[in-house]
Design a protein around this ligand. Structure first.
Ligand SMILES: C[S@@+](CC[C@H](N)C(=O)[O-])C[C@H]1O[C@@H](n2cnc3c(N)ncnc32)[C@H](O)[C@@H]1O
Length: 215
């Protein structure tokens, strides 16, 4: 759309304001690409750094998709194990398939410590208190209702061991997540905006992270 508007606006008969509209779309596209190709990976590197992992933890990535967070976590857990759970919806992420994520784990050299599961984040198949860390990136907000998003958070807390940490980065509802987590007794709940590096087109599509500890 940006290119079309700029080209039409630059024609002799075209309205010059179309160039401004086109430039607006182009800037949004550049910001979006920067986030999806680099920004989100950089932001998650910092979020994983903040967890100060020992290297032997059990980590679950909810809605892992093709493995952006899952595989970055696996790199940091040489003697641990990372589990990714997903419904592999291509409507939410292009090329989304368990075999693609498994291939990415092979390519990253971490396949020996990665386990993939097909399942719904609102009804996790894992026993209570089985993980040290639960992460989720841009996945819980794909659930339609706030009630089901809260259900996914409840499940994340249920499968965490006492003292375990949950880290959720999402475009919408982060403040609601924080309120809900406080309401169900999670400790050290904090929410913060991850800045321009995690904007999907502009500040109106900014990503925030919610972190909490299971008491
Ligand atoms: C936008 S993608 C994000 C993938 C990955 N976390 C990332 O940051 O690149 C959202 C993911 O959530 C998954 N998803 C959506 N609803 C789900 C559900 N109810 N249970 C499990 N996964 C789900 C989708 O299949 C998709 O892989």
């Amino acid at each position: 759309m940006g290119v079309v508007c700029v080209v039409l606006g630059a024609e002799a008969s075209g309205p010059p304001w179309l160039i401004i509209v086109g430039a607006f779309f182009l800037v949004q596209a550049i910001i979006y690409l920067r986030t999806t190709l680099w920004g989100k990976f950089g932001a998650w590197e910092k979020l994983l750094d903040d967890l100060a992992l020992h290297g032997d933890e059990q980590l679950l990535d909810v809605g892992c998709g093709r493995g952006a967070v899952l595989l970055a976590a696996a790199q940091r857990l040489p003697t641990g194990r990372v589990h990714g759970i997903d419904l592999w919806r291509s409507a939410d992420q292009s090329g989304n398939d368990e075999s693609v994520t498994a291939g990415n784990a092979e390519a990253e050299g971490v396949a020996d410590r990665v386990e993939l599961h097909t399942g719904d984040m609102t009804a996790l198949s894992f026993p209570d208190a089985s993980f040290d860390v639960v992460t989720s990136s841009l996945a819980i907000h794909n659930l339609r209702s706030l009630t089901s998003r809260f259900q996914a958070l409840d499940e994340a807390l249920r499968v965490l061991r006492p003292g375990g940490k949950v880290v959720v980065a999402d475009i919408r509802s982060a403040k609601n997540y924080a309120e809900h987590l406080r309401g169900v007794g999670a400790a050290d709940v904090s929410v913060r905006n991850l800045g321009p590096g995690f904007w999907f087109g502009g500040p109106w599509q900014a990503t925030s992270v919610v972190t909490a500890t299971k008491p």
